[in-house]
Structure formats: C-alpha cells, structure tokens
Design a protein around this ligand. Sequence first.
Ligand code: ADP
Ligand code: MG
Length: 338
Amino acid sequence: KSVVNLIAAGEIIIAPSNALKELLENSIDAQSTQIEVMVKDGGVKLLQITDNGKGINKEDMPILCERFTTSKLVQFDDLKSIATYGFRGEALASISHIARVSVITKTNQDSCAWKASYKGGEIIGGETDGIKPVAGKNGTILVVEDLFYNVPSRLRALRSHNEEYSKIVEVVSKYSIHIENVGFNCQRQGGGGYDVNVRQAASRKDRIRSVYGSSIANNLIDLDIEIDDETRENYGLVSCKGLISNTSFENKKTIQPIFFINNRLVVCDPLRRAVTSVYGTYLPKGHRPFIYMSLTIKPENVDVNVHPTKKEVRFLNEEEIIELIVDKINDILKNLDS
Ligand code: ADP
Ligand code: MG
C-alpha cells in the first residue's frame, strides 16, 4: 500500500512548484485574503505557506493527510465537477508521503491554534497526543520540509535551487494576478526581500504592474468576449475575460501566456500557440505579447487529468472555442492598426 502511495505521490508532485501550487490553491479555497510563501533551497528544504483563511477544524486534523479526504464536496453538485476541479483530497496525502508535513491552524471558533505533524499520510503521535495547542492567529501555516527525502530519483532530476525557486515565483505570480482581493507575497528564507509582493487591494492592472512591470501594465487591453446563448449551449463556453497587450515585447522570455480555466492555472498548448500566432501577423517576429486569460467552461466539458500534474488541460469543442478567441483577438489587433 505504501509503495502505491509513494508512486502516486511521485506522479502528482514532480517538483517543489507542483507542491506549492496545491498548497496555494488550498489557501485560496479557504477564502484567505493574505497568503505568504517562504522558500528555502528551491523549495526542497522548506516550503511554508501562511494564510489567514478559515482554518482547519481540530477534529479534521487527524485525517488531513489521508487520501480522498476533502472538505469541498458540498460546494459542488455533481461528482464530475469535483473531479474536474481536482478536489479529491489527494494533494496533502501525496505530499505527506514524500516530505515532512506539519500544520498550525486556527479557526475563528478556536481559542488557540493547533499543531500537528504528518508522515506517510498519518498524524504523528496519534489523534489525541499528536495535536498540540500553540499560540497562533486565525488561518493556517502549512510547512513542507525535506521534499523527496525518500525519493532520491526525483531529487536528482530537479534543477538548481535557483531554477526551482523561479518556478515557484512564477506560480505565485500568476495566481496573484488572477485572484483579486487577496494579497500575496513570496520570498526566500534569509533572502533579500520579497520576490512577489502584491497588495490585497490592488487592481488587476496594478497586480500585473507589480509582477511584470510598467512597460507591460501600461499597454494592456481589456478582453471580454461576449458569449451568446448558442455558444454557451453548443460549446460549453460560459465566459472568456482577461487582459492582453496591444503590443509585444522584446527580451521578455519570462512572459508566457497565462491561462486560467475555471479558476485553476492550466497549461493549454493549442490555445497558447493559436493566440500567440495572431500577434505574429501584426507585430514583429520574436517578440512576445502579454496574455492573461480566464475562461469559464462547463465543468463536465473539462478534463484536467491528461497530465499527472493536472496542469495540461483538455476541453470539449477545443477547436471551436480557440477559433472564437482567436477571431476576437484578431479584431482587437486589427483595430489597433487603423
Ligand atoms: P482537496 O483540496 O482536494 O480537498 P487537499 O489534500 O489539497 O485536498 O486538502 C485536503 C483538505 O484539507 C481540504 O479539503 C481542506 O479541507 C483542508 N485544507 C488544506 N489546506 C487548507 C488551508 N490552507 N486552509 C483550510 N483548510 C485546508
Ligand atoms: Mg487541494
């Protein structure tokens, strides 16, 4: 059983940034308004995420890292959409099989915070002695240490600490642009300050400015595609909004298009290629546009399970939906010319 868990965990979490993404999504799901990330050694030594969300009930702590333990079932009306959003209670279980996990958490009903540590899916010290009262604020501090300590092959396959840290910064940056009304920051332990620092009240444009700089933030156009009833019914596309640049930028190799589908950061290569190539017909080759796009698609049409890290996404009527988006961007860029 434990070998199976280890393999499953190794498939879901292949780098510190995958673990971080899961923890970040949990903090967002917990309705936090401030989320702080602290990293040591590219996330291998330490990944710590502090939120001010609703916390975890003490009685749920013993099973926190058990597989298929999720508190999110009630929010969704059918099993398909649960699977789609990835709410299957697998992330913490997986992480606890390949790292040392501890949590300090306090709900607003508790008079103190509670702390517990986990190994191999289980709470260390048992459900009565394993949970200790500590001082703490409302919210949750999730600490992941020594990631892959028991999976040497994964450890060897990692890039340098700097590169792994960049991937973490990228995930935090993209979520900090998408999730409004939440403040985000990210730093290295003992490092020279914040590498992401977005204020809670910042508008989306200010979020982009703070992460990617003014040259990009000053050149953005609102994207808000009107979806008629027929499109909604036939293709399952509910909305498509975002901010895209009215120009493209040289030497900005770090700006890859940012796609959220149903509020999850995803990779969608067909969409990325199609959208980028529209710019190619209007703007200099070799330059990159800035694209941030948030799509809502009927959950039953989305399949996030094509890649184990649940990033590469597939959805029904992909071609039709991409064409619709491409046409709209084409119109926008054409109008800039005239
Ligand atoms: P899932 O997100 O699919 O439910 P996870 O393994 O990621 O599964 O998390 C398991 C459960 O732990 C969540 O359903 C939630 O109840 C709780 N949880 C995890 N992180 C937090 C957090 N930061 N704040 C509040 N609850 C959390
Ligand atoms: Mg989760």
